[in-house]
Design a protein around this ligand. Structure first.
Ligand SMILES: *Cc1c(COP(=O)(O)O)cnc(C)c1O
Length: 400
């Protein structure tokens, strides 16, 4: 019989009851070190006192009023995002897919309103992930996810990630934007080179089209900078954010330059929940922590510490790990074909460590941004044991 909870996920049998910082406890008292953070979402870890207090206090006052009225918490959060990014204006919604859906609408509107309604196609990349709604599925372009949900929404074409010649070849009179993740998260924690991001910016300027950045997974400090594209020293024209921005509370955002945002006039786009007082109280509490002096420096420091440890582990386990890739606290272990990331993920669970699988047989690590070096040491110790579990038996003795 079908479970009451629709079986759209292969769930691990781990019902968590409580959390604290980077740790989670199951209902039967087993403790896990959480290096998945609810898929790079619990940016402040679990039960962060400041976030908990902000949500509790706001919930006791007013949770939801709708966008028919002014929302001071949203105005404040938008102003802070504008102040700390390339953007001039922000739209709030509830998830990554919804943010991308709105971002796609924003670039289409921009092109339509600036005399190029024919530029309704976005160049996207092989290995991308932009969400599960119909438009974002088409932007994702993964045949497996699209199967049975056809017809795919038109307006997207895909080229190999990192291939600038292919990008330039793809830009014809129908193209109005390029949509890119600075690090492909679901697709395998594959970073774009900083040079590639700069070249994308250049091509967009050259052709007068928009650079749309999907920072749903990479944003809000995960890379060690507030936004991952800042490592390349470039600015997009429009960007989506979600996951870490609410620290676990559902919140998404579209950040846009004025030239894009000004075309989304009253009545062109909306969301009933979007930017409600409760979600924005959570968003503001996350920013209180992430923007505090020294916080991102510490993220960068602990990330480099994690990377050093992972590179050493990769060297110690050449029979299992092919390489380490990603940015900041979004890191992937690329595994050899003989060891699946699912197998490795289960081995980590058996050792008490939570991770997330990603595409291209990558094991993804995305600890909360508040993770300490001592917790990184512990994770490395558990990973070392999990890697031994997964080492093909002939190689096991050599690895010891
Ligand atoms: C997770 C993710 C999405 C989709 O976000 P949802 O909140 O699941 O809708 C979109 N883009 C990227 C890069 C993501 O990592």
């Amino acid at each position: 019989m079908i479970p009451a909870l629709m079986p759209t996920y292969n769930r691990a049998d781990l019902p968590f009851e409580k959390g604290e910082g980077a740790w989670l406890w199951t209902v039967d008292g087993r403790r896990f070190l959480d290096f998945g953070a609810g898929i790079a979402t619990a940016s402040l870890g679990h039960a962060h006192p400041h976030l908990v207090q902000a949500i509790a206090e706001q919930a006791a006052k007013v949770m939801h009023t709708s966008n028919l009225y002014r929302i001071p918490q949203a105005e404040r959060l938008a102003a802070r995002l504008v102040e700390t990014s390339f953007a001039d204006s922000v739209f709030f919604c509830n998830s990554g897919a919804e943010a991308n859906e709105g971002m796609i609408k924003a670039v289409r509107k921009y092109n339509a309103e600036t005399g190029h309604p024919e530029r309704n196609v976005a160049v996207c990349f092989d290995g991308a992930f932009h969400g599960r709604t119909l438009a974002t599925l088409a932007a994702t372009g993964n045949a497996k996810y699209l199967e049975g949900f056809g017809p795919a929404m038109p307006g997207f074409k895909h080229v190999p990630f990192g291939n600038m010649n292919a990008v330039r070849d793809a830009i014809d009179g129908s193209v109005g934007a390029i949509i890119v993740e600075p690090v492909q998260g679901e697709g395998g924690v594959r970073p774009a080179s900083l040079e590639f991001l700069r070249e994308l910016r250049k091509a967009c300027d050259e052709y007068g089209i928009l650079l749309a950045m999907d920072e749903v997974q990479t944003g809000v400090g995960r890379s060690g900078k507030l936004w991952a594209h800042q490592w390349a020293g470039i600015e997009p024209d429009v960007m989506s954010s979600a996951k870490g921005i609410g620290g676990g509370f559902p919140l998404g955002a579209i950040l846009a330059k004025e030239k894009v945002a000004k075309h989304l006039k009253a009545g062109t786009h909306g969301s009933t929940y979007g930017g409600n007082p409760l979600a924005c109280a959570a968003g503001n509490a996350v920013l209180d922590v992430v923007l505090a002096p020294g916080f991102l420096d510490q993220v960068d420091r602990v990330a480099r510490y994690l990377w050093r440890g992972l590179l050493a582990l990769a060297e110690r386990h050449p029979r299992v790990v092919e390489g380490v890739q990603g940015a900041g606290l979004l890191v992937g272990l690329r595994l050899v074909p003989e060891v699946s990331n699912g197998e490795m993920q289960s081995a980590a669970v058996a050792e008490g460590l939570l991770t997330v699988a990603a595409g291209m047989n990558v094991l993804r690590l995305a600890p909360p941004l508040i993770v300490t070096e001592a917790e990184v040491d512990e994770a490395l110790r558990l990973l070392d044991r999990a890697l031994l579990r997964c080492t093909p038996s002939a190689a096991k003795d050599a690895a010891k």
